[in-house]
Design a protein around this ligand. Structure first.
Ligand SMILES: C[S@@+](CC[C@H](N)C(=O)[O-])C[C@H]1O[C@@H](n2cnc3c(N)ncnc32)[C@H](O)[C@@H]1O
Length: 312
């Protein structure tokens, strides 16, 4: 299986009109210069391969939902109460969320679930686990920054676990989410903190060293201390102004912001829980899609993914 280069690689599951508007701008979106195309394929290929391996080896990173978790799916998914009291009948996009955890839980709660992921093996877990429980699910193998297969304003909720670190251009991901989510739709996401990705190693005094510059561009180098990194993947650092600021300028209002606590005071220095005492590895946000302005509604999406107010 080739990685996504702007084509739909695989779509399985139920049919509805979500694909109606897919084809026209899907093709036009992928026309980057040759140099960019080469590196784009490189990181997609590396990440697809690495995540296929995690899925096929039964890694903890590919943990499927348990029967116990399915008994109270919303509580399992949403300890903070960010979701509505019921998601039954809502259209939910589990973005870069293959692996059979989010999809199964949303489906158990009665939502209509679509999963997009670059890894075919992760998606197989969603298909298997949902089939086993008799839940419908649609899986799409595609990259999170090229969702051209999905029509505008199709989802009530987009749920994205840690995954934006695998994409060089975060704004293109946010623009795609802003396009496919409905007005007032909820976008729940978790991301790697930039400072955590800057850490390179522990020194002789067991202090964590910031060995990567904040303004680092391009794929991150492998590090000696690889806590909160997934081996074999190609990752990118996104600054807070990108993670938070770009979300605001692409049409969202942030309603809550949390830093999941990973500090473990009984852990050995080599354990990720020890590192979690010094640097929070993740940030988690609840955002809401601002209702589209009249100009945004009549605008058109260009090949660069920018809204041209009033155009079209
Ligand atoms: C942390 S895992 C999410 C899986 C899991 N269900 C969870 O709860 O954490 C990150 C996912 O991002 C996916 N991924 C990596 N690069 C991607 C891309 N460019 N587009 C879509 N998915 C991507 C991986 O295949 C992987 O399934």
């Amino acid at each position: 299986m080739q990685p996504s280069t702007g084509r739909i690689l695989q779509v399985c599951g139920y049919n509805n009109n979500v694909f109606d508007k897919a084809a026209p701008h899907f093709v036009s979106l992928f026309s980057p210069p040759a140099r960019y195309r080469i590196s784009r394929v490189d990181h997609l290929q590396a990440n697809q391969k690495a995540w296929n391996q995690f899925a096929e080896s039964g890694s903890l990173f590919a943990k499927t939902a348990t029967d116990a978790e399915c008994r109270n799916p919303l509580k399992t998914l949403d300890g903070r109460g960010w979701l509505p009291d019921s998601v039954a009948g809502l259209d939910v996009l589990c973005l870069a969320a293959g692996g059979g955890w989010q999809s199964v839980l949303y489906a158990a709660a009665g939502a209509r679930v679509t999963v997009v992921d670059i890894s075919d093996s992760m998606l197989k877990l969603d298909e298997q686990e949902c089939r086993r429980r008799g839940f419908p699910v649609r899986t799409i193998q595609a990259s999170m920054d090229e969702l051209g297969i999905l029509a505008d304003e199709t989802f009530d909720i987009v749920h994205q676990p840690v995954s934006t670190c695998y994409i060089p251009d975060l704004r293109s991901v946010y623009q795609e989410i802003a396009r496919v989510i409905r007005d007032d739709g909820i976008y729940i996401s978790q991301h790697k903190q930039p400072v955590s990705l800057q850490i390179s190693h522990r020194n002789e005094r067991q202090q964590f060293v910031i060995g990567v510059e904040y303004y680092h561009e391009g794929p991150l180098p492998q590090q000696t201390d690889n806590s909160y990194r997934e081996s074999g993947t190609t990752e990118y650092l996104h600054r807070l102004e990108q993670l938070i600021g770009d979300l605001c300028v692409t049409g969202f209002t942030i309603e809550d912001f949390r830093e999941p606590r990973r500090a473990d005071y009984s852990a050995d220095v080599s354990h990720y829980g020890y590192r979690g005492r010094f640097v929070p590895p993740y940030l988690r946000m609840k955002a809401k899609r601002r209702p589209r302005s009249p100009s945004e509604k009549t605008g058109r999406l260009t090949a660069g993914g920018l809204w041209i107010p009033g155009a079209g």
